[in-house]
Ligand binder design. Structure first.
Ligand SMILES: [Fe+2]
Ligand SMILES: [Fe+2]
Length: 369
């Protein structure tokens, strides 16, 4: 069977990642020096006079919670103020048409999508639609999605619509990522939109149940051709503010071993959000350049998966794509973000894996156009 491994869509209310934006919500709302010159619904166009020794003004588009979506320079060598305002208004229109709800209601055709992306090429929600089209064309037998489906637990309806042909036939396995279930980061999310962990877990449970999957926790799935897939929920956070680290409870691992024994013979593969192994050449379980990101019990999970004879382990989270096959251990596949791409600068791609009860036959990168 052919499995497509995707990850980290980060779908959001307006197609931007909260943490990628130039200004945190509290600064965008309160920073002095920016003056609102136009209001469109809850959105604002703001201006700031040139700084000392600079000859250009700046204009920016701010949404209802104070998140900055686009900044433009105005003046000599750049567009005029009127032209820039027009461009921001066109951009705003595009953003309002591309909320997850709007896109789910009327999922764009490839031609419509091309046009929308030409207006707003970095819109993550639109990028997700491109991913969905690519996967529909490729027609894999099963999808494995390793978490961070959303940026802050908004937009599950778009995933349901995009992968509808796969969901409706039970051919998707999906585990949560820290962005899906950890509490909204207070620095980035305005108070009225902040969600607690319990609220996000409820939203995840509804999403997961609508796919016919357990509302929470780890579970085993028996796929076709003797493939046994273990879905591990690694989203158990540390009690440290802002930490994105994870942990797989040992109880889940023991239960998984029991269920595998009961599932009969087959090739064992697993998926989880957090990475067990770092990029090749880094030490196991040590994450020197990623404070707050690691799987805290990586060594124990690694040992258990190795002992149980797993052949493949898939993860997301780092937005770095790599494969690493230590001796006598499973092959580890890390997926980049399918919408944003890879931190190395590589364009988005997904892993295509050909597997059956006899083993892994082919593993390759498939670019997402
Ligand atoms: Fe992510
Ligand atoms: Fe993550």
């Amino acid at each position: 069977m052919i499995i497509a491994h995707l990850s980290d869509f980060h779908i959001s209310r307006h197609g931007s990642r909260l943490t990628q934006l130039q200004d945190a919500a509290w600064r965008a709302n309160g920073e002095s020096g920016w003056e609102t010159i136009r209001r469109v619904g809850d959105w604002r166009i703001q201006t700031r006079p040139p700084k000392r020794l600079h000859i250009h003004h700046r204009l920016r588009l701010v949404d209802d919670i104070g998140v900055v979506h686009r900044v433009m320079k105005v003046g000599r060598g750049y567009r005029s103020k009127t032209e820039s305002i027009d461009m921001l208004l066109t951009f705003l229109e595009a953003r309002e048409r591309t909320t997850p709800q709007a896109l789910a209601q009327k999922f764009p055709s490839t031609r419509q999508l091309e046009r929308l992306l030409s207006l707003d090429p970095d819109n993550i929600n639109l990028r997700f639609c491109a991913v969905a089209h690519a996967i529909r064309r490729a027609k894999p037998d099963h999808l494995v999605v390793t978490g961070d489906v959303t940026d802050d637990a908004e937009g599950f309806e778009l995933v349901l619509e995009g992968f509808e042909p796969f969901f409706s036939t039970g051919r998707v396995s999906i585990v949560p990522g820290n962005h899906d279930v950890y509490p909204s980061p207070p620095l980035w999310v305005a108070k009225k939109y902040r969600k607690t962990e319990a609220a996000k877990r409820m939203l995840w449970a509804t999403f997961s149940s609508s796919l016919g999957l357990p509302p929470s926790g780890s579970h085993v799935r028996v796929l076709e051709r003797g493939v046994l897939l273990v879905c591990l929920d690694s989203c158990h956070r540390a009690r440290v503010l802002g930490s994105a680290s994870g942990l797989v409870p040992m109880g889940d691992l023991h239960e998984m071993a029991r269920q595998l024994d009961a599932s009969g013979k087959g090739i064992r593969i697993a998926c989880l959000h957090h990475h067990i192994l770092n990029f090749p050449a880094k030490g196991l379980g040590i994450a020197p350049l990623q404070p707050g990101m690691r799987l805290r019990n990586a060594k124990e999970v690694y040992a258990q998966l190795k002992e149980l004879g797993f052949r493949l382990v898939m993860n997301g989270h780092r937005h770095v794509g790599y494969r690493f096959h230590p001796a006598m251990a499973p092959l580890f596949l890390s997926s980049p973000s399918s919408t944003i791409g890879c931190r190395s600068g590589a364009r988005p791609y997904y892993w295509q894996i050909e597997v059956d009860r006899h083993g892994l036959h082919q593993v390759k990168e498939c670019p997402i156009p």
